[in-house]
Design a protein around this ligand. Structure first.
Ligand SMILES: Nc1ncnc2c1ncn2[C@@H]1O[C@H](COP(=O)(O)OP(=O)(O)OP(=O)(O)O)[C@@H](O)[C@H]1O
Ligand SMILES: [Mg+2]
Length: 239
């Protein structure tokens, strides 16, 4: 359903994405794992077609259609959506309103329950800085869920969420799959990455390994956590 072909992206002559190839299946969870600064959020921005994130080379295909030059709004219309690593604020509207922006959205109560928040306590609160970072993050995830996307990009959905609540977030990610959506799950947590039907390891703007969760996360633990390859995994390690 999504295919990335040789995606390159540079800023000020620095190449951040260096030829990303990825094929995502329908209704599948694909994890991307990588340490800080490897290009994960940049890839998410390129996929959403944000301003200034046009790839210098390569193509993005969505259900066979070349969307490389589509603006973000057109991608959103196709059902592609993204939950940010750090959520934006929409001050002044209630959680209920925020979760009912789109017609035919999932019932706000259901969406909140799914991310482990009690609807009775949150539906009438306003989406502003009085919500904690973790609450804000969950509400953002609930809102992405409620619009029933076809492809959802989750940039570190576990960041700012306490360990005890990670299982709620995992459950929500699986619910996307049940809904028939494809998920691109960006993370640096091995536990989170393992939910994926497949896992890709991003290193210095390149996918250097792809496979099942166990295989790739073990490789990540062994070689990437205290990486001394200065962003480059040596060929002999990859063999
Ligand atoms: N506009 C920019 N100008 C210069 N460098 C940039 C710019 N945007 C991103 N970078 C650099 O590109 C690299 C990748 O950034 P990115 O945010 O994609 O990393 P990430 O994998 O999401 O990291 P994290 O795990 O910390 O969220 C970083 O070294 C970052 O400093
Ligand atoms: Mg990031």
């Amino acid at each position: 359903m999504l295919e990335l072909k040789d995606i390159h992206y540079s800023v000020e002559r620095k190449e951040i994405l260096r030829g990303i190839n990825l094929v995502m299946g329908e209704g599948k969870i694909h994890s991307i794992i990588g340490v800080n600064g490897t290009g994960k959020t940049t890839l998410a921005a390129v996929l959403m077609g944000l301003n200034g994130y046009k790839p210098s080379r390569g193509e993005v295909l969505f259900n066979g259609k070349n969307i490389t030059n589509f603006p973000t709004t057109e991608r959103a219309k196709l059902g592609i959506t993204l939950a940010w690593q750090i959520p934006a604020n929409f001050e002044g509207i209630t959680v209920r309103e925020y979760l009912s922006i789109k017609k035919n959205s999932v019932e706000p109560k259901k969406a909140l329950k799914l991310v482990g928040l009690n609807p009775d306590l949150y539906l009438d609160r306003t989406v502003d800085e009085n919500l904690s970072g973790g609450e804000r993050k969950r509400i953002e995830l609930a809102s992405v869920f409620s619009i029933k996307p076809k492809l959802v990009i989750l940039d570190e959905p576990d960041s700012g969420i306490d360990m005890a609540s990670i299982s709620a977030i995992k459950k929500m990610i699986r619910s996307f799959k049940k809904m028939g959506a494809s998920v691109l799950l960006i993370t640096h947590s091995e536990r989170m990455a393992r939910i994926g039907d497949s896992v890709a390891l991003l290193c210095n703007g390149k996918i250097v390994k792809e496979g099942n969760g166990k295989e790739v996360t073990e490789f990540f633990r062994k070689h990437c956590k205290e990486c001394d390859h200065i962003g480059e995994i040596e060929e002999e390690i990859l063999k």
